[in-house]
Design a protein around this ligand. Structure first.
Ligand code: GLP
Length: 261
């Protein structure tokens, strides 16, 4: 797979870029069904697929569809290997706000899968944990399909790769960005319990996947989607790097597509 773009004097210069496919669905639930069906097709084509999967509000409906497909006998995830995109640090994996607990609730405890890897939010040495997770991920690359969300407002983040994350970043510890902290703390029963840091796949890890799907729903994503697809490619808008990958699809509801012309 050919990634496009060159680096010069620390500045990413766009040599050329691809045009992601954009699918606009009428409603958020159509987004969920569309992405779940794309994921199901991938797994039916290759039952031992390696996937990168996201957390957050956006993909919960997609997981519901997937679980329904499995429980009704239409889909089998038992040979699939799952990598998560990111996790908070420090956090006990049993804490309700952790991405590990999210994954157990929405997928892992619901249906059989072959293997599931997520950064250990409790690791005493976060850099060492990042290296361990990266080695595991590298041993399974290229991931067949990565599904990502995108950050709200003007963050334009993917995973926890916030503004300033360059194209060559790999799995690492990142302090939690203040804007992301304010948004994500609403997902904690006690917002003050949100951790100060994160462990995240880097841009370079994400771009190694054979295919990438970005899901975005709601008006809070409209600016970031437009910035990612239409603005300059660079670290100021990490999701814009996806345009250097040849097989990317943005699946949007009408609100998230609201700024696209
Ligand atoms: C979070 C996570 C991302 C997620 C994104 C969107 O901060 N780090 O992995 O995809 O932001 O989250 P949501 O779907 O809740 O809007």
């Amino acid at each position: 797979m050919e990634l496009r773009g060159i680096q010069q004097a620390g500045v990413e210069i766009l040599a050329n870029h691809y045009k992601p496919e954009v699918i606009i669905c009428k409603t958020p639930s159509e987004v969920d069904a569309y992405v779940a069906n794309r994921l199901a097709q991938q797994i039916q084509t290759r039952p031992d697929s390696v996937l990168t999967l996201p957390t957050g509000n956006t993909p919960t409906g997609m997981y519901e569809h997937l679980v329904t497909l499995v429980k009704s006998g239409q889909l089998d995830l038992s040979r699939v290997t799952i990598f998560n995109l990111d996790e908070y640090h420090p956090i006990d994996p049993s804490h309700k706000g952790s991405y590990a607990a999210y994954m157990r609730r929405h997928l892992i405890d619901q249906v059989p899968t072959s293997a599931w890897y997520i950064p250990n939010g409790q690791a005493e040495d976060p850099q060492g944990e990042a290296a361990r997770f990266k080695a595991l991920l590298d041993a399974h690359q290229p991931v067949d399909l990565a599904i990502l969300g995108i950050g709200p407002g003007d963050t334009c983040h993917i995973g926890f790769n916030e503004k300033g994350s360059s194209i060559d970043t790999t799995v690492r510890y990142m302090p939690l960005d203040p804007q992301t902290k304010a948004t994500n703390s609403q997902l904690f029963e006690d917002p003050s319990e949100i951790p100060e840091g994160t462990l995240t796949q880097g841009i370079a890890d994400i771009l190694q996947a054979k295919e990438i799907i970005v899901i975005a729903k709601g008006s809070s994503k409209a600016w970031g989607v437009n910035r990612a697809l239409k603005g300059p490619v660079g670290a100021e808008a990490p999701a814009s790097f996806l345009r250097l990958h040849p097989h990317v699809t943005f699946v949007l509801d009408e609100e998230a597509a609201g700024y696209l012309q």
